[in-house]
Ligand binder design. Structure first.
Ligand SMILES: Nc1nc2c(ncn2[C@@H]2O[C@H](COP(=O)(O)OP(=O)(O)O)[C@@H](O)[C@H]2O)c(=O)[nH]1
Ligand SMILES: [Mg+2]
Length: 224
C-alpha cells in the first residue's frame, strides 16, 4: 500500500494566525491603540452596542470601527452615521474574521490618530471564537431571546472572552431566561469573566459597560 501523508491544515492555519495576531497586538501596544473584538450571534446586538458605545466614548477616545460581514455594508453605514470612520470587511462567505483580514483593515487606518478600534465580528458563536484577531480584549454579547443555555452549547466562546454583555434585558419579563443559571454556567467556564446586563434599546446598564471599557483602555494605555 502506498504511503499516506496527512497534513493537519487546521493546526497550521491556527499557528500562522496566532503569529500574525501576536504581531498586530504588539503594534497596537507600541502605538497605544486598544482594539476590542466584539462577537455575538446574528441579531444579538453587536451593531446596537457599538452605536451605544460610540456615543459614550467618542468625546474621550478617538475611535474607528472594523465591520465584518459576509455580504453587506449596512452596519458600516450605521457607524458612519455616528460620524465614526468604518472599514468594511466583506468576507464573501467566511464565517469569522481572522488576523489576516483584520490586518488588511488596519492598513487603512492611521494608528497615530486613534485610541480605540472596535471590531464587529461575523455573527456566529463558533468560528470567531477560534481565531485570534490581535485584539486586546474579546467581548461577546448574548441576548436574552437566545436563551440561558448558550454556555453549555458554545463553551469556547465563553472561555476566550474577557467580558460578556447580556443584551436585551428588556425581554426578561416575557422570556424564559434564568439569569442566575446563566451566570453560574458562564463563571464555571471562565471565573474571571465580567458580566454586564444591558438593554441597547432602553439604555439600561450601558453606563456600567462604558465605565468598564473606559477603565480597560486607560489601564492599557498606562501599561503600554
Ligand atoms: N428589544 C431590544 N431590541 C434590541 C436590543 N438591542 C438590539 N435590538 C434589536 O435587535 C436587532 C438586531 O440588532 P443588531 O444590533 O443589528 O444586531 P447584530 O446583528 O448583532 O449587529 C435590531 O432590530 C435591534 O434594534 C435590545 O436591547 N432590546
Ligand atoms: Mg451588526
Amino acid at each position: 500500500m502506498a504511503d499516506i501523508r496527512l497534513i493537519e491544515i487546521k493546526e497550521e492555519i491556527f499557528a500562522d494566525n496566532d503569529k500574525l495576531a501576536g504581531e498586530i497586538r504588539e503594534r497596537l501596544r507600541e502605538k497605544e491603540v486598544f482594539m476590542l473584538n466584539l462577537m455575538a450571534s446574528p441579531g444579538g446586538g453587536k451593531t446596537s452596542l457599538i452605536v451605544q458605545t460610540l456615543r459614550g466614548m467618542k468625546d474621550h477616545f478617538r475611535t474607528a470601527v472594523i465591520e465584518g460581514d459576509i455580504d453587506s455594508i449596512v452596519d458600516a453605514e450605521k457607524v458612519a452615521e455616528e460620524g465614526i470612520p468604518a472599514v468594511q470587511l466583506r468576507t464573501g462567505g467566511a464565517c469569522h474574521l481572522d488576523a489576516v483580514m483584520v490586518n488588511m483593515a488596519l492598513q487603512e487606518m492611521n494608528f497615530d490618530d486613534l485610541d480605540l478600534i472596535i471590531i464587529e465580528n461575523i455573527g456566529n458563536l463558533v468560528c470567531p471564537a477560534e481565531f485570534d484577531t490581535g485584539a486586546v480584549r474579546n467581548v461577546m454579547i448574548l441576548s436574552v431571546p437566545e436563551g440561558d443555555d448558550k454556555p453549555l452549547k458554545y463553551p469556547l466562546m465563553f472561555t476566550v472572552c474577557d467580558a460578556i454583555v447580556v443584551n436585551k434585558v428588556d425581554y426578561l419579563a416575557i422570556a424564559d431566561f434564568d439569569m442566575a443559571a446563566l451566570k453560574q454556567r458562564v463563571l464555571k467556564l471562565n471565573p474571571k469573566i465580567k458580566i454586564f446586563e444591558v438593554s441597547c434599546k432602553t439604555g439600561e446598564g450601558i453606563p456600567a459597560w462604558i465605565k468598564w471599557l473606559r477603565n480597560e483602555i486607560t489601564a492599557f494605555k498606562k501599561s503600554a
